[in-house]
Design a protein around this ligand. Sequence first.
Ligand SMILES: NC(=O)c1ccc[n+]([C@@H]2O[C@H](COP(=O)([O-])OP(=O)(O)OC[C@H]3O[C@@H](n4cnc5c(N)ncnc54)[C@H](OP(=O)(O)O)[C@@H]3O)[C@@H](O)[C@H]2O)c1
Length: 269
Amino acid sequence: MTTLGRPTIFPRTSYGSRRPSVSSSRQKADEEMTSLDGAVVLITGANGGIGTELVAQALARGASKVYATARTPRSWSDERVVPLALDVADGASVESVLRAAPDVTVLINNAGASASTGSILAQSDEEIRSNVETNLVGPLALARAYAPTLAAHGGNTAIVNIHSALSWYAIAGIYSATKAGLWSVTNSLRLELQPAGVQVLGVHVGYVDTAMAAHSAEPKLDPADFVAMVFDTLEAGGIELLADDTSRRVKAGLSAPLEAVYPQLAAGA
Ligand SMILES: NC(=O)c1ccc[n+]([C@@H]2O[C@H](COP(=O)([O-])OP(=O)(O)OC[C@H]3O[C@@H](n4cnc5c(N)ncnc54)[C@H](OP(=O)(O)O)[C@@H]3O)[C@@H](O)[C@H]2O)c1
């Protein structure tokens, strides 16, 4: 692994000359693509709406083993599934999973918790801490725990982090903050793990039709369609997936003045 130099705050290349991408998924050399065929996949939050679909579709794509981790593991009908207890917010639980599942080649940080309110001022100290532990510290701890194994494998290994369109839109209080933090973590992991051939894929999406989005009447992606996009992007060597119009629109708006992103800030609004 290379030593990282001093970060360049303003890159020298001009973004203006680049073609805009719909889903900025980069095609990589064959040896840097990750195939799910024969992979050993660990999925956090496997009992949830997206997690259940990740388990099913990893199996359908030929995974040899899927560690379906959850705070309260359930049983699965496929013998390739190994249910494991994992609370991502608990460091001891992460260490114990690393011991129980040392052969992972694809880590999917999917577990996440929403917040009770969109107000970062109204949220309790306890909720702030717990949301940060679950959505940010936990996925980072798992990535750090598995990085040496993934890097030593010699390719065909990956980390997939499920962010949100809310990584770039601060209307969900601490939830937005944790997803923004996780996006940054993903970018750092990618830079540090790319030399070892570990693919790091960050995923952004607006709404997916699961329990987490039950409160919303906005259009939602079907979890099966969403997960198919995630795995198509992974197997094509992609490093970032913008899975829907919402995430594409929010990312495209980042360079606009803040008053355009948040019209309530405009004078007289
Ligand atoms: N649904 C959406 O619209 C949407 C949009 C953007 C991003 N996402 C992200 O997608 C991911 C999956 O969410 P989902 O839509 O499938 O929601 P979901 O059905 O509510 O599933 C979330 C899962 O995360 C698990 N979890 C929560 N805290 C945990 C912890 N400390 N340790 C381990 N597992 C924990 C939950 O487990 P329990 O069953 O034990 O509570 C649950 O199984 C999350 O990271 C979420 O932020 C979702």
